[in-house]
Design a protein. Structure first.
Length: 149
């Protein structure tokens, strides 16, 4: 068993720092999903206004939800700025059903708060969600929307 810690700029797993753990029980396997430009766009869906709603991201041509696990005001702020708003007024937690909205594919989003795009934040892209129940992340954005070109 190896414990790896990577910054994200490495070209190979061998470039990450790691330690060997001899007596460690692991009940599962680790895996990764790789792709180029996986997160292509972001939008708000079904809000009470154009500046509010459920966060959806475009991945390989499909709009999918973002899990609320770890969703913060910093994450919401990045989404709002990416959409041209000045700030996030609130974090929304929206109950959803699979039949209604499909999969929640983006988990564990962690933004520092200074990013200009959600794709710059750390996140886990997986084929099936590990969300707490079926809650999708949402935002309420504020401030005058700037012209996006």
């Amino acid at each position: 068993m190896e414990y790896f810690q990577c910054s994200g700029s490495e070209m190979s797993l061998s470039e990450c720092s790691h330690i060997s753990i001899e007596h460690y029980y692991c009940a599962g396997n680790a895996g990764v999903v790789c792709g180029e430009n996986v997160l292509q766009d972001v939008r708000l869906a079904e809000g009470y206004s154009n500046s509010s709603g459920r966060v959806e991201v475009l991945i390989d041509g499909e709009w999918v939800g973002v899990c609320t696990d770890g969703w913060s005001i910093a994450d919401a702020g990045v989404v709002c700025r990416q959409l041209g708003y000045q700030t996030a007024l609130a974090v929304l937690v929206i109950p959803v059903s699979y039949d209604q909205y499909g999969p929640v594919w983006v988990n564990d989003v962690h933004c520092r708060g200074n990013e200009t795009s959600l794709s710059e934040c750390k996140q886990a892209w997986i084929g099936q969600h590990n969300c707490s129940f079926w809650y999708s992340a949402g935002v309420d954005c504020g401030g005058k929307r700037s012209l996006m070109v």
